[in-house]
Design a protein around this ligand. Structure first.
Ligand SMILES: [Zn+2]
Length: 248
């Protein structure tokens, strides 16, 4: 009898609130994205550069780094991303960032946790890339923080969202050259003095929504390493993959 009641209640709820695809808003069975949008997401899987996580077109063998990792080694150890930053990924990122669609965070974070499993297995702390307080107020919440909170719940790795701060507002990185992006964010981040114990000696995974040139996460990693983090890895939802460049 009780089972029947619960079943009826669920049925009523399903009728009242049909689940919609997070990307195209068409009704969907279950949660997340519909089959069509799912097929348009490019999940990143090996083979990829063990440092930058940039996908290789063919497998060059274990431990072979991408040219970019050799030419421009980042301050962080390893970077991983769930998907390539293309149309559906951009829709998800923008909805989370600008439309307060926090309901997207669980699915996005689950894909991130899968892509970053080896990083998260060894991690002591999650640190989201912080917004400057002015931007945080206008946008109301930090999308990287929203993703990091779900990853904490899914993996048990502790979230330290207060440890890293953006100490000066920075220009939007959109439209800036690679060099300008780096100087725009240089020295923009700092570990809060009374939160150093959260970072010192810890293996940190930095969380962000999108990785473009890597300048922002690199500046964050430098700040965390200055505060004596044992290592800093990076986990993002989506990364820009330049398909025009040679794979290795
Ligand atoms: Zn869809």
């Amino acid at each position: 009898m009780r089972g029947a009641c619960v079943h009826t209640a669920r049925l009523a709820l399903d009728i009242a609130l049909p689940t919609l695809c997070v990307a195209c808003r068409e009704p969907v069975h279950g949660e997340g994205v519909c089959a069509e949008c799912w097929s348009k997401l490019s999940f990143i899987a090996p083979p990829y550069c063990p440092r930058l996580g940039i996908p290789f077109v063919y497998d060059p063998g274990p431990d072979l780094l991408s040219m970019e990792a050799i030419a421009n080694p980042p301050a962080y150890g390893r970077a991983r991303a769930a998907v390539r930053y293309d149309d559906v990924a951009r829709t998800l990122v923008h909805a989370l960032k600008y439309q307060d669609r926090t309901d997207l965070a669980p699915a996005m974070a689950r894909w991130m946790a899968r892509a970053g499993r080896e990083l998260l297995d060894e991690a002591d702390a999650l640190v989201p890339v912080p917004l400057h307080w002015r931007r945080g107020w206008s946008r109301r919440y930090n999308q990287s923080g929203a993703l990091a909170r779900v990853i904490e719940r899914q993996t048990g790795v502790k979230l330290k969202s207060e440890a890293l701060r953006r100490i000066r507002p920075t220009e939007q990185q959109i439209g800036l050259s690679r060099t300008d992006r780096a100087s725009n964010v240089q020295g923009a981040f700092k570990v809060v003095p009374d939160r150093k114990a959260d970072i010192e000696g810890r293996r940190v995974v930095l969380i962000d929504d999108v990785l473009t040139s890597g300048a922002t996460v690199d500046a964050c990693a430098r700040a965390l390493l200055r505060a004596k983090a044992a290592r800093v890895d990076v986990l993002v939802f989506a990364r820009v993959v330049d398909t025009h460049k040679a794979p290795i």
